[in-house]
Design a protein around this ligand. Structure first.
Ligand code: ADP
Ligand code: MG
Length: 721
């Protein structure tokens, strides 16, 4: 038996349990051993029966004098009652509805029992204790030395249907004994010494069956280090791979850039200059750029991407510009065309629908051409910038000379999608591996620990400055008693010709949702329902005389687009929407952002919603409605009122709500300990340094075969896209 032994070959695991384990992704002995408990029950203190106390959880060791089943007076429940005795006294023990116990535990058996002391009419008793028989063969001097479920620190595993902690202990203990001292150490000896970590064989035993809480803690420390170290290794190796790949070097055309900047109707912020410069420098290298441009909503990311795109186009290459939705793609198409108006760049918009006519902008004229014609032009290099949704990575979209990909408002552009773009567009052109330069743009502030782990293979450019002249958005937390006043205010704003967003919270999906897809679906419907109710209320009761419209994810794309268009054209006063409303949508006349059930959102997300107003020189407002009477909730929401930047809030979310609250993180399959430690900056930095050092010394991990093997398995489990 070794780590890769499949579970079906492990003793005591029958077919039905094999199925349950498989479902949890546990396929081998290794997977089982790395399924860690999330806490421990302390049953280590064995008390003499005469010393037990009421309401206390304790453990006793004694002999069963008698044990029998009986029915309660209502005949609904079966009671198993026993008397257990040690040298100091005897106590009654009661279990409920476990009649089979009399087959397991017999009079005369020596047992260890752990549970709570209760009292009823007939006196004190030990209630439903965990039990364990002590075999006669056990060490007479230390009868409790081999206990698994009682008389020690007992591991409790995350709850899963059909797999009890007791069963896991029953499987894991013999497995651990079999593999004792046979588990290869994956961490380099040097690291174990300098970080003072428990070696693997000791750690794996202590995390499941610890001798003390201190040792359990040491074991967790070791595995926290290990998991983060593996994440860092994967990410840094990915980066090394990219560094080896080739990309077209785009020379910096400084005159062109100067001319472009001069043509703009505004002055670039210093942050925009700095970020544009970082990107242009990267593009000039013959290695693919992989960079994340991060900046609050309204910080002006588009123009930075356009500067880089213009430079690429004038060097004779093409640009792919991807947006997450059609509405945004269209908005970009218009914005990019406007910015590049004096530069005669051939820009086209590719939308998802099969039968749609596609637009191309050339010298300020919008031409509508057929899909085939457009794709043909893209292939021949007659389109300089192609803007669209994910439809840009379909097989049939082939660029003649793609050098630069801009991806807007997408957290990560996955390794797979990247590969697809590459295989579509660099078909055996050269023997050398050619990759276009990548720029992702996001308004999601990424806390430093995540930038160093999950996003660690990307370089960061940060727009930490807003264009001048924007007014600070006035933000207020609105308790129930001030709702009417807020509505009055909103009405006044609308009367002035300004517009209002209303965002409704997500409703948690029902129990039935089992598959991921099903879950999303139910979630979508639940959201749609909540937002519809709000819409009904606002349109019929509160603002019956105003133009109120509805937007949610379950609407047809064409309906959504029409609604957004109408809102932009001011045909709608108040837009009631779910959180799906596009992040980058630009509605300059929207000056009020009203958020219902604000306590249900993360701070960073609220901050982003707020960013959808305040996009002009009009004074804007953000109202956070909450029905929650809890003082803590209101205090948490006050953080938005004071916040200077989204980063600050993202870090707070990470601390208060954990990494799971940040969008996308849950889907990455990161192991629990690493997840817990994604907020631990010193540990993240330490593991990153350690990973860097190892890769510097031995990029292919030739000297560390066990580590290499483990890394391979680890990478199959996580998917950071
Ligand atoms: P985001 O970073 O949210 O994508 P956009 O690129 O959409 O922001 O820019 C928001 C608005 O600000 C646009 O209308 C854009 O033209 C304008 N803008 C960008 N940079 C500046 C600047 N330096 N000064 C003034 N307005 C700017
Ligand atoms: Mg944008």
């Amino acid at each position: 038996m070794n780590l890769s032994t499949p579970i079906k070959e492990i003793p005591r695991i029958g077919p039905s349990f094999q199925k349950k384990l498989q479902k949890m992704g546990i396929k081998t002995a290794e997977d089982l051993l790395f399924h860690f408990p999330h806490r421990y029950e302390d049953f280590s203190n064995i008390r003499p029966i005469s010393k037990v106390k009421l309401n206390e959880t304790c453990c006793i060791l004694g002999k069963i004098l008698e044990i029998k089943n009986s029915r309660t007076w209502k005949k609904k429940m079966i009671l198993t009652q026993a008397i257990v005795e040690d040298k100091t006294g005897a106590i009654k023990v009661v279990w409920f509805n476990q009649p089979y116990l009399i087959k397991v535990l017999k009079a005369g058996d020596l047992v260890c029992l752990a549970g709570k002391i209760n009292v009823a009419d007939k006196g004190v008793f030990l209630s439903s204790p965990a039990y364990e028989k002590i075999p006669l063969t056990s060490n007479i001097q230390h009868p409790t030395s081999n206990l698994t479920h009682t008389g020690r620190l007992v591991p409790v595993y995350p709850e899963t249907e059909g797999l009890s902690s007791r069963w896991l202990r029953y499987i894991l203990k013999p497995l651990l004994l079999k593999l004792k001292n046979k588990i290869p150490e994956i961490l380099p000896q040097k690291i174990i010494e300098t970080e003072n970590l428990l070696p693997i064989n000791q750690a794996i035993w202590q995390i499941h069956f610890p001798d003390s809480m201190t040792l359990a803690e040491k074991a967790r420390e070791r595995f926290s280090f290990e998991e983060l170290f593996l994440i860092e290794l994967s990410v840094l190796k990915e980066r090394l791979k990219l560094n080896k790949a080739k990309a077209p070097a785009i020379p910096l055309n400084i005159e062109l850039i100067k001319e472009f900047v001069k043509s703009l109707p505004f002055k670039l912020t210093n942050a925009q200059r700095k970020c544009a410069w970082q990107i242009l420098e990267d593009l000039a290298k013959p290695r693919p750029m992989s960079r994340l441009l991060e900046g609050d909503v309204g910080s002006g990311k588009t123009v930075v991407a356009v500067i880089a795109s213009l430079n690429v186009v004038r060097a004779g290459y093409q640009v792919a510009f991807m947006a997450p939705t059609e509405i945004l793609a269209k908005q970009h198409f218009q914005e990019v065309a406007k910015l590049l108006k004096p530069f005669k760049v051939r820009i086209a918009l590719l939308t998802g629908k099969e039968d749609k006519i596609l637009a191309q902008k050339l010298e300020n004229e919008v031409l509508e051409i057929s899909r085939n014609k457009l794709l043909d032009k893209v292939k021949k290099g007659e389109i300089d910038i192609l803007i669209g949704t994910h439809s840009l990575i379909q097989d049939k979209v082939k660029f003649g000379n793609l050098a630069f990909c801009v991806i807007d408002e997408q957290h990560r552009f996955g390794v797979e999608q990247r590969a697809k773009l590459i295989t579509n567009n660099y078909p055996l052109k050269t023997a050398q591996k050619m990759i276009p330069h990548f720029l992702s743009m996001t308004a999601t502030p990424i806390p430093r620990t995540l930038a160093l782990t999950i996003y660690g293979d990307l370089d960061l450019s940060i727009l930490d400055e807003m264009p001048k002249g924007r007014k600070k958005i006035i933000t207020k937390v609105i308790p129930p008693e001030e709702r009417a006043k807020a509505y009055d205010f909103i009405r006044k704003q609308v009367e002035k010709g300004e517009q209002v967003f209303v965002i409704c919270p997500r409703i948690e999906p029902g129990e039935k949702a089992s598959t991921q897809k099903g879950k999303e679906d139910i979630l979508g419907w639940a959201e749609a329902k909540a937002v519809k109710e709000e819409y009904e209320k606002l349109s019929k009761k509160v603002f019956p005389d105003l133009k109120v419209a509805l937007l949610h994810g379950k609407m047809k794309t064409s309906e959504k687009e029409k609604t957004m268009k109408d809102f932009k054209a001011k045909k709608i006063d108040i837009l009631v929407s779910t959180s799906v409303v596009e992040v980058g949508i630009d509605i300059p006349a929207a000056t009020v952002m009203m958020i219902e059930g604000a306590e249900r959102f993360g701070l960073a997300q609220l901050y982003q919603f707020r960013g959808r107003v305040g996009r002009s020189n009009l004074q804007s407002y953000c109202f956070l409605f909450t029905e929650s009477p809890a003082k803590r909730t209101r205090q948490r929401l006050q953080a938005i009122v004071r916040a200077e930047s989204g980063f600050e809030l993202a870090q707070k979310d990470l601390e208060i709500r954990g990494p799971g609250s940040l969008s996308g993180v849950k889907q990455w399959g990161i192991p629990d300990l690493a997840m817990e430690n994604l907020k631990n900056l010193p540990l993240v930095e330490k593991t990153r340094e350690a990973a860097k050092e190892i890769l510097n010394e031995d990029p292919n991990l030739k000297k560390y075969p066990s580590l290499k093997e483990r890394l391979k398995n680890f990478k199959e489990r996580i998917h950071l896209e």
